[in-house]
Design a protein around this ligand. Structure first.
Ligand code: PLP
Length: 454
């Protein structure tokens, strides 16, 4: 009884004062929002004590589950030393140790680590670094623009929106944004160049090549979500696409920015998505899973060549004039170090391979459903695209909000998931058990059947 009244009080206050991100607040005010109080392992617990499976890793961040002892302990131990000290003019212990670990783990050649605190800023920094790099080499350079991909999402700051393409997020702000080139992403279910995989020979790359051939003198960098475009609807690119992008950007002297904010830290089945195709980008953006889902921390990693172009000369030293107050925050870095240690100690990447295989088998069951158009899956990331008509791939009218309805149904059955339009996303923590994963997929299956009337 007491719990219930405390939930009601919190709901009321939330509606009075908290403005939620990516949320139609008018709907929110008329709803009965769930208020999370605790978590453990793959579960979140609300203020009434009801347990929910966390099917999206608290927005794609939780890696080893909630309340992972090693990360809890590391944050507590760091609290016993210092919570924050600036990186402007000072070093701090965990940021140095973490940088060393990241350099050892990341794709070859990335030796410099620049800290920030979220995915958007990690991307913003990569864009500024790429631009500044070419300017520092030749102040008359024409290399001032960027290429990104259809459907891209790289964050919500002005620069990261400029290389983004999801209209509902950016259309209103277009007048504020800088123009960038767009190349087609390999979205095979609805091929942007009207071909069919695998017979197409990755014809979408020809479009990128044409663009680079014509404009490479104007282009500083190309930015890509390697292997999986997250917010676009878990669009998985076929083998060879990423490698092809790397080959072309090298050939045309264009830097490659890999935005692994969503795909980093094991989500796609390898520690980094770039690893799967042996790709080393010039800049790498990491956030979300870097602290195991504990604290806001991000990094932009780059090469010695790019770093050196910012040094200037003895008589005219230069700097990268960018930094945030919480850059290199010791608590965040301590959590990230503990996160990495768990990966190694528990051999997580080895351990998840049977889980990934099971996930693939479980997801195959969705292909039998009449209103499932496409099932996309890579590692422990999946998107199930709902369509009105499977034969024509006709989408549902957006006003029907089918994705949201499926997630609401799943919520009633004890599972938290969040859709991307009509694509139902499943992205559990890497620590999920086979039993929990089986239950999670079963709930999504039942919820889709219920909502689509199958
Ligand atoms: N880049 C990618 C690929 C993402 O998926 C996201 C967030 O979902 C971002 C950047 C932005 O990260 P943040 O929300 O931490 O700013």
């Amino acid at each position: 009884m007491k719990k219930r009244s405390s939930t009601e009080r919190l709901r009321k206050l939330d509606k009075l004062h908290v403005w939620h991100p990516f949320t139609r607040m008018l709907d929110w005010e008329g709803s009965e929002p769930l208020i999370i109080e605790r978590g453990r392992g793959s579960y979140l617990v609300d203020t009434d004590g009801k347990r929910y499976l966390d099917g999206i890793s608290s927005l794609w961040t939780t890696i080893h589950g909630h309340r992972k002892k090693e990360i809890d302990d590391a944050v507590r131990a760091q609290l016993g030393k210092v919570a924050h000290s600036t990186l402007l003019g000072l070093g701090n212990v965990p940021s140095i140790e973490l940088a060393e670990r990241l350099v050892k783990m990341a794709p070859r050649g990335l030796t410099r680590v620049f800290y920030s605190d979220n995915g958007s800023t990690a991307v913003e920094i990569a864009l500024k670094m790429a631009y500044h790099h070419w300017q520092a080499r030749d102040k008359n350079t024409g290399k001032r623009r960027f290429v990104s991909f259809t459907g891209a999402y790289h964050g919500d700051t002005v620069g990261s929106m400029s290389v983004g393409e999801i209209d509902s997020f950016v259309a209103r702000y277009r007048p504020l944004l800088f123009e960038s080139f767009r190349a087609p992403y390999a979205y095979c279910y609805r091929c942007p160049v009207g071909k069919q995989h695998p017979g197409c020979g990755l014809a979408c790359l020809d479009e990128l090549e044409r663009l680079l051939d014509k404009h490479h003198r104007e282009i500083a960098a190309c930015i890509i979500e390697p292997l999986v475009q997250g917010a676009a609807g878990m669009i998985t690119s076929p083998p060879g696409f990423l490698k092809g992008v790397r080959r072309l950007t090298r050939e045309y002297n264009v830097l490659l920015i890999a935005d692994e904010v969503a795909t980093g830290f094991g989500r796609t089945g390898t520690l980094f998505a770039c690893e799967a195709e042996g790709v080393s980008p010039d800049l790498l953006c990491l956030a979300k899973g870097i602290t195991g889902g504990y604290l806001p921390l991000a990094v932009t990693m780059t090469t010695e060549r790019i770093y050196r172009s910012f040094l200037g000369t003895r008589s005219r030293p230069d700097a990268f004039y960018h930094g945030h107050t919480y850059t290199g925050n010791p608590l965040g870095c301590a959590a990230a170090l503990a996160n990495i240690e768990v990966f190694e100690k528990e051999r997580v990447m080895e351990k998840i391979q049977p889980l990934v295989a099971l996930f693939g088998r479980l997801l195959a069951g969705f292909r039998e459903l009449r209103h499932v158009g496409d099932v996309r899956h890579r590692g422990l990331m999946a998107g199930i695209e709902l369509v009105r008509d499977r034969d024509t791939k006709e989408s549902y009218e957006p006003g029907l909000r089918m994705g949201e309805r499926v997630c609401a149904e799943a919520r009633r059955r004890g599972l938290i998931i969040r859709p991307l339009m009509d694509t139902v996303v499943i992205m559990p923590p890497l620590s999920i058990t086979e039993k929990e994963l089986t239950r999670l997929v079963r709930i999504v299956h039942e919820s889709i059947k219920e909502v689509t009337g199958e």
